[in-house]
Ligand binder design. Structure first.
Ligand code: NAP
Length: 246
């Protein structure tokens, strides 16, 4: 099997289950040394076992992404150990409440924005210098169709993903003259814990698996992926431009 990420360092947030778990395995299979973060140590250990069994390598970093200083410490550790970061995947997210906006509690709103938006901004702030030091730094963030469809009762999640979209497109503009490429990936409904929590009545077996989805994220992490500021829509099966500025 070819190893297009041999000798490269790839950080995946939310790697303890779901899409992040599947992606971390696939990046490791492509040759990357994976730095895997999440809060659930058991899930990270299961990932480590799977990666090692396939001949790959990982570093596990138990971390609550609401801890901005923890993200900064991780960036310092990577700077000292590797001096660069080749791939950053901002995958961790939470689904938040299913409620009309008038019933959303402040703590739930804040939790959704802390994980889905602020943690990704902090990651960009902390890892930007390391991505720029790589010869082909790649950043991919997991968004959602909710960012634009404004579905009833999904306000906090939808607003957070819309904010993430702008954050990542801004980062793409700010790195346009560097080797760094920053893009978004919208998986669509996927057979994961989050989807089951948000849509409990749905038959998960009718949804794509995290492995199928992750296969389409891997190419966006490779040095030869040169587009930036775009969004890959899994259901459409292609890379899309955003609307041009009005
Ligand atoms: P998931 O199975 O619920 O996994 C979410 C991951 O995020 C877990 O590894 C979780 O780890 C991590 N996470 C959550 N809160 C965290 C925190 N405070 N600190 C650190 N890590 C945290 O979700 P998924 O479906 O794979 O979703 C992955 C991404 O795809 C998300 O950004 C989601 O919005 C997006 N997405 C998913 C779907 C879908 O249908 N599944 C559709 C559109 C977009 P711990 O709990 O161990 O910390």
């Amino acid at each position: 099997m070819s190893k297009p990420l041999a000798d490269r360092i790839a950080l995946v947030t939310g790697a303890s289950r779901g899409i992040g778990f599947a992606l971390a395995r696939q990046l490791a299979a492509a040759g990357a040394h994976v730095v895997a973060t999440a809060r659930t140590v058991g899930g990270l250990e299961e990932l480590d076992d799977a990666i090692r069994a396939a001949g790959g390598s990982a570093t596990l970093v138990p971390l609550d992404l609401r801890d901005g200083e923890g993200i900064a410490r991780l960036a310092d550790a990577l700077a000292q150990r590797y001096g660069r970061l080749d791939v950053l995947v901002g995958n961790a997210g939470i689904g938040g409440p299913n409620s009309p906006l008038g019933h959303v509690e402040a703590k739930d709103w804040e939790a959704v924005f802390a994980v889905n938006v602020t943690a990704n901004w902090v990651a960009i702030r902390c890892f930007d210098a390391l991505l720029r030091r790589a010869d082909a730094g790649r950043a991919v963030f997991l968004t959602s169709g909710s960012a634009t469809n404004a579905r009833a009762y999904r306000g906090p999640y939808s607003a957070s993903k819309a904010a993430l979209d702008v954050l990542v497109r801004t980062y793409a503009n700010e790195t346009a003259t560097t080797p760094v490429r920053a893009n978004l990936f919208a998986p669509g409904p996927t057979r994961t814990h989050m989807r089951a929590a948000v849509m409990p009545g749905e038959d998960p077996m009718k949804l794509p698996t995290p492995e199928e989805v992750a296969e389409k994220i891997v190419p966006m992490c490779l040095p030869d992926f040169i587009a930036s500021g775009k969004i890959y829509d899994f259901r459409a099966g292609r890379l899309l431009d955003f609307r041009p500025p009005q």
